[in-house]
Design a binder for this molecule. Structure first.
Ligand SMILES: [Ca+2]
Ligand SMILES: [Ca+2]
Ligand SMILES: [Ca+2]
Length: 588
């Protein structure tokens, strides 16, 4: 190339001018400016197949450098896997890889590269905080990293990969990306923005993932938060489908064996879902007896009205609508309208008035799909199944009902048919056991594949918050009413797991008083000036565990005439349960 004051000529190796700015009608400045723009243009990553160019001697006079052990990993499709599916509960992990960028010519589509690029893939089995770092970048080199996510949506193809975050420092400064991510498939792209490389000096790539998963105690949710129910919601939504969105089989992608370009479905995450086992998407736990009874009552009304009023056997369409949305602002009554159709003819319509939380649970969680319920008998069977779930053993006060919502992954793979459809099948079937006999709601179980997040449910808004993976969490509140107790009386009580009872005492005269329990279980007593929420110990005056012998507490405390104190009685460690008798005596 030869540049003079006004013109620029481009010559070949024999100094023949092959192009000139005179001929093109633009000046040197224009050309240099456009060249500058080209040099700062960002690199794009490579998705699918690429070709290593082996006979590039004339253009790349030196032989390609020695490759690292993970080669060839020059595209998302060929990415090196950093982790695999754990055999049990997914645990937080850190993976470190030492590798190099070497010189090598290769081609992806029309884009030619002279320097190696490395692609890594990792999968998250739950929501996690992730830190990716690239250290030990060789001196004289500039490497960058970018984090990508495989698009978790229906009909996503092999190029549906989205950039989440970049780290592009200059020189050989270390690169870091930190981000909170949901369960899914991710890629890290390590490349040199200015085509610098060093085939003998390793970079150090580290991916650290810390799952946010946490088990919850039903007693905590019930007595500290005042929750009536809870929902476990999986951290992974299959192809972006939210829990309870479907009650039947949905196509999420298809592949045609004919041409690669017709391959619409490449979601790498579904490889974990081929076991034939049901995968839990969301689980409803209900312990509040009144809530369960109200839901059963609504279903009983619906059952009776459908069986007596619906003469038409065939159903083609069903509408479950919340008239008063069932949000907390709707007040104390929510209205659920259920309309049934045969063709365009409306054959049934009823409006049910219940508490907002009741109509919301029915609408969001139990509304069946048109495709599944096609006859009057189908609908009656369905209502009976849900009723059975809520019934359990209604005579005991502390039982918990567990109702999972599951799906299967499947594909049609018939011989002779080149078009293969992939499905998630959400069709529900009745289960044989609904009673749940543990205080712990686990963030992971063998049917859940990935971790989930647990949401306490007090009212209708909490249901939509849970389904939408919302951030609203329940504050600590007081779920215990305060009973007044007087001197020398005895107060019987029964404590369940996590429960606490408040008592108010007004000293009739100045003196030393003794507060204590009798009977045989491990009680714990705490004295306050005022009632505090949940397990708070703010402003606690004094406390005692076993002062009265036989694991009973005893608190002796000096009070003035007319002074009011509040006593909290609970099981030791919040876990002990049983019957007690509370007494207050005046010592002096
Ligand atoms: Ca490499
Ligand atoms: Ca590579
Ligand atoms: Ca850099």
């Amino acid at each position: 190339m030869r540049v003079n004051n006004n013109y620029m000529d481009i010559e070949d190796s024999s100094h023949n001018i092959t192009a000139s700015t005179i001929a093109r009608g633009y000046s040197v400045g224009d050309v240099l400016e456009s060249e500058e723009i080209e040099t700062i243009e960002e690199k794009t990553p490579c998705y699918g197949e690429y070709q290593i160019l082996s006979n590039e001697g004339e253009i790349m006079p030196l032989a390609a450098d020695k490759k690292d052990q993970y080669e060839s990993n020059n595209s998302f499709a060929a990415a090196t896997k950093l982790n695999s599916q754990p055999s049990g509960r997914p645990v937080s992990f850190t993976v470190t890889r030492y590798a190099t960028l070497h010189r090598e010519s290769w081609l992806w589509g029309l884009i030619k590269r002279g320097v190696d690029e490395d692609y890594y893939r990792f999968d998250l089995f739950g929501n996690a905080s992730v830190t990716i770092s690239l250290d030990n970048i060789p001196s004289g080199c500039n490497y960058d990293i970018k984090l990508y996510q495989y698009d978790n949506e229906r009909y996503a193809g092999e190029q549906d990969i989205t950039l989440l975050r970049s780290s592009t420092k200059t020189g050989n400064a270390s690169e870091t990306i930190t981000k909170t991510l949901v369960a899914g498939t991710y890629y890290v792209w390590v490349y040199s923005p200015n085509d610098t490389s060093n085939a003998t000096s390793n970079y150090k790539l580290r991916v650290k993932a810390t799952y946010s998963a946490k088990n919850e105690s039903i007693a905590q949710l019930r007595f500290n938060k005042g929750a009536k129910a809870a929902m476990w919601v999986s951290d992974y939504n299959p192809c972006g489908i939210k829990p309870y969105s479907y009650s039947d089989k949905v196509e999420v992608g298809y592949m045609s064996a004919g041409t690669i370009s017709a391959a619409k479905f490449q979601n790498p995450y579904v490889r974990y879902f081929t076991s034939g086992q049901p995968i839990e998407h969301a689980v409803l736990y209900v312990w509040d007896k009144d809530l369960r009874i109200q839901m059963r009552n609504l279903l009983t009304e619906l059952y009776n009205e459908v069986s007596s009023d619906l003469k038409d056997k065939k159903l083609t369409k069903m509408k479950w609508e919340l008239l008063d949305s069932g949000s907390a602002s709707a007040g104390t009554v929510g209205r659920l309208a259920i309309t049934l159709f045969n063709g365009s003819t409306q054959i049934f319509k009823r409006i049910f008035k219940f508490a907002p939380i009741v109509v919301s649970l029915l609408k969001y969680i139990f509304a069946p799909s048109d495709e599944v319920i096609t006859t009057k008998e189908n609908l009656l069977d369905y209502i009976r199944d849900v009723r059975t779930a809520l019934e359990a053993n209604k005579d005991t006060g502390n039982e918990v009902v567990r109702i999972p919502f599951t799906y299967f992954y499947s594909k049609t793979n018939a011989i002779g048919i080149t078009h293969i459809s992939h499905y998630f099948d959400f069709t529900q079937s009745p289960q044989d056991k609904y009673l749940y006999d543990s205080d712990t709601i686990p963030s992971w179980n063998t049917n859940s594949i990935v971790h989930g997040t647990i949401y306490g449910i007090i009212d209708a808004d909490d249901i939509t918050n849970a389904i939408n993976h919302g951030k609203n969490s329940l504050p600590d509140i007081n779920t215990s009413t305060v009973k007044t107790i007087s001197l020398n009386s005895s107060m019987p009580g029964n404590i369940n797991v996590g429960e606490y009872h408040w008592y108010k005492f007004t000293a009739p005269s100045t003196g030393m008083y003794s507060f204590y329990t009798e009977n045989s279980f491990d009680t714990y007593g705490e004295l306050f000036n005022s009632v505090v929420p949940a397990r708070s110990i703010t402003g606690r005056l004094t406390y005692n565990n076993n002062g009265n012998g036989n694991l009973n507490f005893k608190i002796d405390y000096q009070l003035n005439a007319g002074q009011i104190v509040y006593l909290r009685v609970r099981g030791n460690g919040w876990t002990k349960t049983g019957n007690y008798t509370l007494r207050i005596a005046k010592l002096s």
